[in-house]
Design a protein around this ligand. Sequence first.
Ligand code: NAP
Length: 478
Amino acid sequence: MKHYTKQYIAGVWREGSSDKQLETCNPYTNEMIYSYRAASTQDVDDAYAAAKAAQPAWAATLPEERRTYLKALANVVRDMEPEIFQLLMEESGGTRAKFAFEYGDTLKVIDDAMCYHMMMDGRIAPSNTPGKDNYIFKIPKGVVCVIAPFNFPLLLSMRSIVPAIACGNTVVLKPSSETPGSGFQIAEMFEKAGFPKGVLNVVAGRGSEIGDYIVSHPTPSLVSFTGSTEVGKHIGEIAGGLLKDVSLELGGNQVMIVLDDADVDQAAKAAIVGSYSHQGQICMALNRVLVTPKVYDQFIELFVKYSKQVKCGDPADDAVVIGPLINHDQVKKVEENINATLKAGGKVELEGKIEGNVISPWILSGVSNDMCAAKCEIFAPVTSIIPVKDEEEAIRVANETNYGLSNCIFTKDLYKGLELARRMESGMAHVNDQSITHEPHVMFGGEKDSGVGRFNGHWVVDKFTTEKWVSVQRTDRY
Ligand code: NAP
């Protein structure tokens, strides 16, 4: 297994120049996989200088040329499939099923981006001045800073990098310190696909050390951040002060509403996917399930039954659904949240085991929104079941959170489902499906503390471009 220890700047692999030596550990075995010298602020300067130098020529490439580069990138990603899986599994504890989702959607993101250049069409607007033509051009933003989280280090980096580059921007990526190898592996993909030097640069170092410097640097005109609400707000403050544009894809606290007329078996099976995919470490994962009285006991019975069938343990085992959390600190935090919820009156319906960093499913019932497990983004296979008396109470309880990313509702009355989904204060809401739903050509994004901005399709093209008015006076005006 190849391990990456060098930064990728201006098309050159070089050791970070910080005096900090950082280590990456396998979250399942807790063994150190590799160590590397972190990037310094000088490395950040060099990465931005390379991106800035490369951008005009990159923006001048023809649509067909850019498409050819992206096709080459997709081929490289296909060729590297086994090693990509191996790294995601070793570095972030991702299972085979999680890999299928992340890898498959990454290829779709690249595929869709092949036509983004062609979507950068401008307008010719009428003028009130005789002899004047008004042209509005859609142009790249310039240099884009991408900051990625640990949980889907491939997809959530590529979801920003690929559209940015497809629209004629160049990029500096800062991967999570938990999963820097995945960031460097992306650099290798771009190198192998033959992209010009400087189009993508990758600098890895701790956000607490170089993060503010990366965000406040004068070169990038857009910061595309995916991560926690806490860090996202901090980045938003810095960027706002500097009048830099941001795309902030942040945390969530999802609900599934199960109404009296729901197909309860479908809802329970969907809750398994929504709660346990990537051990609950997904921004769209289910935190809370709100159930109305007639189906409350039946839902719990089925959810517990299916949860007991979920295999937990070594992510290298293809049958495993729940692998390890990213590190031991996260495990301790989850344990504290569960204990606080039980102390506040929550009841255990299924007691999970904690073995190393692997937590098997916990199901808590009789929970209310003010209890820890329901209130915070739990980011683990722990689900809180909240009884609600009817659909009105369900909507009120669902919306009683600062987050607003992706919710879902189960009812056989599809029109009622649609109406209630529209009343949920979230960027996304699904009827008769679970909350972890992503289609790379459909809009993605949150409301409230879950973020600012939209991804995918024409939404991302708009985000990664700006518009410029150029007028031409054809006849003498003065
Ligand atoms: P995080 O702690 O916020 O870190 C995200 C990234 O920000 C990392 O690369 C981190 O670097 C960096 N960072 C930290 N401090 C920074 C600073 N001052 N300036 C610039 N960058 C800084 O999030 P995480 O734990 O990796 O990811 C989990 C969170 O992301 C959850 O809340 C989840 O819901 C959210 N998420 C949201 C979406 C979405 O699409 N809405 C998708 C996935 C995840 P270091 O690792 O070096 O600290």
